[in-house]
Design a binder for this molecule. Structure first.
Ligand code: NAD
Length: 312
């Protein structure tokens, strides 16, 4: 009889062999992926991955002992079953589509795509091909976020505010509602599905300044404000203010760093999906959350651009 905990996913059957992988895009994330595949968490599902090569638009030397290969090679080789898409956001869609079409499983760093419609198409394609499409969300795996989620359990939100600063936004990372999808995902994971009531964008291209403000409401009609502000010299930080019926939280709770890094935790989750070890309802909930966030990001972009067009 099938264990209640171990439900085989829709399309992937249990496999005992290794999943040869290719890493696409050698920036910060690509480097970490190679590092983690080479030294997976002992006795975890990630031990089933091996790295066969990397792809870059540049001609690079070996990276951590791994050789550069061509896209054609990666697509055609039978020993390569998985692609890690770690490029800038604008190149995700093309890469994901190409590897899914070739019947490879894909792990993509967030955000999967720059529109909700594209993400739906890519997910449908993955299903049609019978392969796993996984979007990394390391922001949900940090110790302070996990603690915050525990701390607010059972509390009723009255009003919330999340202001992210960083900067400046790198080319190819897209509209701030997409490049900042991690913050939006936080809000949805903490407070449930949301609606967008208004959004605006201030931009000074010469000074590389950008500020996006989105007004959201929860299903209980409680307001949430989300701001992404990017400019040279702005330090990477999150300012929060969550007012509940019983208390107000203005700082992320102190939490001890976990022994397993967040990219490694994500790698283990992806590997468990490859092995069919993730319950179907968890997969469905994840897909629903990811598509909901991308739909919100689309709407925020639309409203912001409408506002900017009216201002000019
Ligand atoms: P990055 O800027 O380090 O790299 C992005 C792309 O630029 C890669 O394809 C890389 O090959 C290319 N690149 C880097 N240096 C280059 C150079 N000197 N010349 C030409 N090309 C170069 O960005 P990143 O932080 O690795 O982000 C990649 C993806 O991972 C993005 O989708 C991002 O949203 C996601 N992500 C990153 C992190 C992180 O901690 N870095 C966390 C979560 C998600």
């Amino acid at each position: 009889m099938q264990s209640a905990q171990l439900i085989i996913s829709d399309s992937v059957s249990l496999q005992s062999d290794m999943f040869g992988s290719v890493v696409v895009g050698i920036g910060t994330a690509g480097f970490v992926r190679i590092r983690d595949i080479l030294a997976p968490l002992p006795s975890s599902a990630a031990e089933k991955l091996s790295v066969k090569g990397f792809i870059s638009r540049r001609i690079l030397e070996e990276q951590q002992g791994v050789k550069q290969i061509t896209v054609e090679d990666a697509l055609s080789r039978d020993d390569i079953k998985v692609a890690f898409v770690c490029t800038e956001n604008a190149a995700h869609e093309e890469n994901i589509r190409m590897f899914l079409e070739a019947g490879k499983h894909v792990c993509v760093e967030y955000p999967m795509a720059m529109t909700h419609k594209t993400a739906v198409e890519l997910w449908d394609l993955a299903q049609e091909k019978g392969v796993v499409l996984h979007e990394e969300h390391i922001e949900l795996l940090t110790a302070d976020f996990k603690q915050l989620k525990k701390d607010i359990a059972g509390k009723r939100l009255e009003e919330g505010f999340l202001h992210f600063t960083g900067g400046p936004l790198k080319p190819g990372f897209g509209f701030p509602a997409f490049s900042g999808i991690a913050r939006l995902t936080w809000l949805v994971d903490l407070f449930g599905e949301l609606s967008v009531t208004a959004a605006s964008m201030e931009e000074d291209q010469q000074n590389k300044y950008m500020k996006m403000t989105a007004q959201l409401i929860t299903k209980e009609q409680k307001p949430l404000t989300w701001i992404e502000e990017w400019a040279p010299g702005l330090s990477r930080a999150k300012d929060i203010n969550f007012r509940f019926d019983s208390c107000t939280i203005t700082q992320l709770p102190p939490a001890t760093r976990e022994p397993v890094g967040i990219f490694m935790q994500d790698l283990v989750l992806f590997s468990q999906k490859l092995l069919g070890q993730v319950p179907r309802d968890q997969l469905h909930a994840e897909r629903r959350r990811i598509l909901h966030c991308l739909e919100l990001a689309d709407r925020i972009q639309q409203l912001s651009l409408q506002g900017s067009a009216q201002d000019t």
